[in-house]
Design a protein around this ligand. Structure first.
Ligand code: SF4
Ligand code: FES
Length: 251
């Protein structure tokens, strides 16, 4: 057999192309600033970088006072939801190269929750709504082995088990923006997860909670929540199923 030779590619093997990008960050320090303002940073970034990498670069190399939450950096912990070019996304799951790099990239805090500093918002109202729907299994018996469930019954609430409590859905909802009392999509998603669990005995308790004037009936079916969810959860469908359960009982 004759050995073949190929000419070397122009890029070195493994080389990741770099590019210039301008990141506009909404800055706010309540101890100093009267109001929030935009600050721009020109960065050299790489094809594998995400918005979170750009924020790290700003914090570590340009301005250590920039404040934002993150933990896992892999789309699991839900702590870095923010508005990127006007859309709620996780900074760690948003590749820079997928955005329009000919324009500045705008990064600001999620809406509807009080800004504590820069990209950090007060998540307490969000978590309180989550706590209010009793996000835990409620059952009267105490079996000495696991509670069995058919694959069909498990499938019933599979989608809503995927929630990572990032708040991207709730803070993309126009009803939540105008009325901070609304439970919001994330709380309803997590109620759905237990309402449709055949092992749980408190579906009616949660349905009564969500039948409140600030509950599911505030939903205007705008689908912002479904579009915002980084886990691909059919949020609007889950809300509709809870509404149906209220009208017709749990199927
Ligand atoms: S439903 Fe989706 S967008 Fe809403 S909190 Fe859960 S993971 Fe985040
Ligand atoms: S840092 Fe954990 S989800 Fe983005």
């Amino acid at each position: 057999m004759t050995a073949t030779t190929t000419s070397a590619p122009s890029n070195a093997i493994g080389e990741v192309p770099s590019f210039q990008v301008t990141i506009m960050v909404r800055r706010y320090n309540p101890e100093v600033d009267g109001e929030a303002k935009w600050q721009d940073f020109d960065l050299t970034m790489y094809g594998t970088d995400r918005v979170l990498d750009a924020l790290h670069k700003i914090k570590w190399e340009h301005d250590g006072s920039l404040s934002f939450r993150r933990s896992c950096a892999h789309g699991v912990c839900g702590s870095d939801a923010m508005r990127i070019n006007g859309r709620n996304r996780l900074a760690c799951k948003t590749l820079l190269k997928d955005l329009d790099l000919s324009q500045p990239i705008y990064v600001e805090p999620i809406k509807g929750l009080e800004v504590e500093k820069d990209l950090i918002v007060d998540m307490n109202p969000f978590y309180q709504a989550y706590r209010d729907i009793k996000p835990f299994l409620i059952a009267s018996d105490s079996p000495d082995r696991e509670r069995l469930q058919s694959a069909e019954n498990r499938e019933r609430f599979d989608d809503t088990t995927k929630c990572i409590l990032c708040a991207a859905c709730t803070t993309s909802c126009p009803v939540f923006w105008t009325d901070g009392q609304y439970f919001g999509p994330a709380a309803i998603v997590n109620a759905h997860r237990f309402i449709f669990d055949s092992r749980d005995e408190a579906a009616q308790v949660r349905l009564d909670i969500l039948n409140d004037r600030e509950g599911v009936w505030r939903c205007r079916t705008t689908f912002n929540c479904t579009e915002a969810c980084p886990r691909g959860i059919q949020v609007t469908k889950a809300i509709a199923e809870v509404k149906n359960a209220l009208l017709r009982g749990r199927p």
